[in-house]
Write a protein that binds this ligand. Sequence first.
Ligand code: GLN
Length: 541
Amino acid sequence: MADTKYIFVTGGVVSSLGKGIIASSIGKLLQARGYKVTIQKFDPYINVDPGTLNPYEHGECFVTVDGHEADLDLGHYERFLNIQTTRENNVTTGRIYQNVIMKERRGDYLGKTVQVIPHITDEIKRNVKQLGVKNRFDFVITEIGGTVGDIESLPFLESVRQLRGELGRNCYCIHLTYVPYIAAAGELKTKPTQHSVKELQSLGIQPDMLVLRTEHKLNKDILRKVALFCNVEQDAVMQSVDASSIYEVPILMREQGMDEVLLRKMNIPVGNKPAMQSWMNFLEKRKKATKHVRIKLVGKYAELPDAYKSIRESLAQSAVYFDHKLVLDVCHSEKITEENVTELLHDADGIVIAPGFGQRGIEGKFTALKYARENDVPTFGICLGMQCMVIEFARNVLGLADANSAEMDPQSEHKVIDLMEEQKHITNMGATMRLGAYSCKLKKGSLAYKAYGKGLVQERHRHRYEFNNAYKKEFESAGMMCTGINPDSDLVEVVEMPSKRWYLGTQFHPEYNSTVVSPNPLFMSFIEAATQTKEIKKNNK
Ligand code: GLN
C-alpha cells in the first residue's frame, strides 16, 4: 500500500471490556486479507514499563524478543497475529516523559518552554508514526489504554485528535463501549454509550466505528438508535456479544463486516472475504474436542486469572491440537503441604510449576515437585519453576539439605541457583534482568531436541538467577541432565530427567512464543505427554 494507515482503538464506559481483543481481531481480519499489520499499545501510567509492577497491579508482564517488559495485551497481539512485537509496540506515559525530559536536558528544545502540548503530544505522535516508517506495515493499530474521561489518557487522545487532522483518510477511530442489561427492567441501555461518545467528541474525536460490548444480543433498533445518537454510520455499529472464547471474536466481527466497513471508509478496495483457514481449523477443532486433559498450575498468584496469562493460553492452544479441552486447576503454592499434596495433585495429567520471584509459596513448589518426580507425572518447570526443580533435586536426590537459590537464601552453602555474574553490581530494578530472546543449543536425543525438531532455538528470558555450573557434573551423574545451553555464555537453559516420562524445566519462558496457529513445541510436547499419561492411568485402573 502506498501509505501506512493508522487505526486507533479507544474504550469508554468501563475498563476491562477487551480493547486488546478488539484491536487484535481487526488486526487479524486485515492480516487475513494479505496486509502487513502491527498493533501497539499506549499505557497511561507513569511507570516507564510494567517490569517493576507486581501481578496484583498489572497481571502478567509480557516480554518481547528485543527484551522489553510489556503489557500483557502484547501477548494477545502476538497470539492472534502470529507476529513478534518489540519495544516500539508498547509505550507508557512514563517513557514519553522520560524521552522528552532527556531531550530537554540535551538542549534539543533550544530555549523553549517544554509543555504537554506540543512537546508531549509530539513525542506520542512520533511513537505512533515510527511504526509506519519506511512502510514497514500497511496498518498500524494503536490501542489507547484506560477509559475515555480519565485524566491520565488526555494527552494520548489529544494526539489522536491531531493525527486525525494530519492523516486524513489514512486514519480510522474505533471506540469500544458497553451496553448494560438492567435485569429489573429487562432492558438494554445505550445511554452510557451515548455519554462516552459525547465525551470523546468533546475532545475533538468523532469515532468512525463503535463496538458495543454486551452480554445479550442487541437488536437492529438498538444499533440504529446508537448510530443516530452518536453520528456513526449504521453499518459501522458492531456488537461484541460474550463469546465462548476470545478466539471467536474475529469471526464474530467478520460476520458483521467490520473489516469491509473499515476498508470502504478508508478508500481501500474491499475484495473477497478471506477464508482464514488455519484459524477456522483451530476453532473447529476446539469446538469438537470432547476429551479433557487436566493440568495443575502451581503458583502463588492462584486467584489472579491474568497472572499466568500466556501459560494458560499456551496450554489451552496446545490441548486443542491434541483434540482435548484443557481443564486447568490453579493450585496455590502457599497452600500445598506434605499432608495435602496427594489429594491436590493425584488427578493431574500434567503439572506446571510457575515462574515468579521471592520466597513466598516456594516451599509448596518443592513439595509439588517431589510428588511429581516420585510419581512420574509429566512436569514442566518454567523459569523459577525450573530453578525449583533444580533445588528440589539437590535437596532430595543429591542430599544437599540446605540447597537453595541465592535469591531465597544468600547464606546457603549450596547455592545451586546463583546470581549471574553480570547481575552482581546492578542496583536499579527497572529493565535490568536478563531479558529477551537468547539462543539455546539443545542436546541431540534430549526431550527438548525432539520437541523442537532442531538443535538451536531462540526463546525469551526474564530472570537474574541461573543454574550454578559448579554443580553440573553432580546433577548429571545423578540423572538430571542439562540439555539446553546458551552457546555464548554457557548458561544452562534447559534441564530434564530422561528417566521420567516428561520432566523438564526451562530457564526461558516458552509461553511468550506460542501463538494460536503455531503453539510452542515444548507446550505441545508436554500436553501430548499429559494426554498419554491420562490414557495410561485409565488403563491401569
Ligand atoms: N526469580 C527468578 C530469577 O530472577 C525467576 C524469575 C522468573 O521466574 N521469571 O531468576
